[in-house]
Design a protein around this ligand. Structure first.
Ligand SMILES: Cc1cc2nc3c(=O)[nH]c(=O)nc-3n(C[C@H](O)[C@H](O)[C@H](O)COP(=O)(O)O)c2cc1C
Length: 369
């Protein structure tokens, strides 16, 4: 059956089953957009609510947005995490979750400074499984930093159309923060770059057939616009960069079950293979130990870099499967010749156009507890 006939067949089959409404189907042509104003929170000045909204524009694995904010007073908060938004199948030690919280704290600090607040952050978590992670105190000062919050609002993960031309030296320096310890860059054609591409492809094949990981992914994909609006988190066809008629099709006909079909797994593996072999190279963030403080610091460093790269039309695409699968993670540091732990692996490259962000965020009411 050719593709057009297949689409028509599927559509009519669903219509006959009574589950199809033309209005709903056409509605899926729309894109659910992210709110860019903060909702009213009782007892919290608008400016402070804005700081939390901007912090929450941080990246997170599967866009699970694991953060919570407990208001002890209007200017003293506890940043924590909700365990229903952890990813036990791919991140059993909460390593990536802590990196996401680090990125959230970096956004928080930069947004608060730009509004004239000084911020005091103390890590209070005893382990990566603690629900309370950091104490944050804000104090209004006269000085306003010259940081533009557009750096936060315009940042995004880019997965497609990353160019393979070499990075300029100045851009390598930008990514590695002047070759600071903990930031490594490997060009795509280098020995290490090839090891990372091969490891990533293999890890995606392993993970694609690891049931717990695939089921977890299925739980975090919001196929329809209704689900996108309902959850305000997770991955959507837009964030997965599914375009045109395919986007309309998956929004109307894909379900959680589709993600568990062999056809979907194979397509995802093929996609990750294409991705892993494109781009200028790989950025690795490393640390001495996977303590809460180190992981938070890694997340902050990740976000510091990410906030700077849009102006240079540089895309960042985390590809963390190589660290999530034991078979590929174990040998990686020694193969790459580093004695440190590798905490984050990102594909890097220029793009012609740094497109606007499309990932959703939950309303503040769901973060503030
Ligand atoms: C710790 C961490 C791990 C991630 N791993 C992946 C990954 O393996 N593959 C991927 O495509 N995106 C990955 N991402 C990107 C998230 O999916 C992305 O941040 C999220 O969907 C929100 O989108 P945004 O970054 O455009 O705001 C990761 C992000 C973080 C912070």
């Amino acid at each position: 059956m050719n593709r057009r006939r297949f689409l028509a067949y599927s559509a009519s089959a669903v219509a006959m089953a009574g589950g199809f409404s033309l209005v709903n189907s056409l509605g899926q042509l729309q894109t659910v957009v992210r709110e860019n104003t903060s909702s009213f929170i009782a007892g919290l000045e608008q400016e402070l609510a804005d700081i939390i909204r901007l912090a929450a524009l941080a990246p997170s694995g599967h866009n699970a947005q694991p953060w919570t904010v407990k208001l002890l007073t209007s200017h003293h908060w506890i940043i924590g995490t909700d365990d229903t938004r952890w990813l036990p199948a791919v991140d059993p030690q909460n390593r990536e979750m802590m990196i996401s919280i680090g990125a959230f704290l970096e956004n928080l600090q930069m947004a608060a400074n730009s509004k004239g607040y000084e911020v005091e952050i103390h890590i209070i978590a005893e382990s990566a499984k603690s629900n309370e992670i950091a104490s944050v105190k804000l104090q209004k000062k006269e000085a306003v930093s010259d940081f533009s919050v557009k750096q936060i609002t315009a940042r995004r993960t880019i997965r497609s159309n990353i160019l393979s031309e070499d990075l300029l030296n100045e851009d390598v320096m930008l990514l590695t923060q002047g070759e600071s310890e903990g930031c490594l860059y490997y060009a795509r054609d280098s020995k290490e770059g090839k090891v990372l591409a091969e490891g990533t492809i293999l890890a995606n094949q392993i993970q694609g057939h690891r049931e717990a990981a695939q089921k977890e992914l299925a739980d975090w994909i919001r196929w329809s616009n209704q689900d996108s609006r309902l959850y305000g988190n997770g991955l959507t066809p837009e964030t997965m960069e599914i375009e045109g008629v395919s986007r309309w099709y998956v929004k109307n006909f894909y379900t959680r079950q589709s993600v568990l079909q062999e056809e979907f797994r194979q397509a995802a593996m093929q996609k990750s293979k294409e991705q892993a072999t494109a781009g200028s190279g790989w950025l690795l963030l490393t640390g001495k130990a996977a303590t809460v403080t180190e992981l938070i610091q890694t997340g902050r460093k990740l976000q510091q870099i990410w906030l700077k790269v849009r102006e240079r039309n540089i895309a960042l695409h985390p590809m963390t499967q190589v660290l999530e699968e034991a078979a590929t993670a174990k040998e990686l540091p020694s193969t790459l010749g580093t004695s440190n732990d590798i905490q984050m692996v990102l594909r890097v490259g220029y793009v012609h156009h740094y497109s606007r962000p499309v990932s959703l965020r939950m309303p503040l009411q769901r973060i503030i507890i």
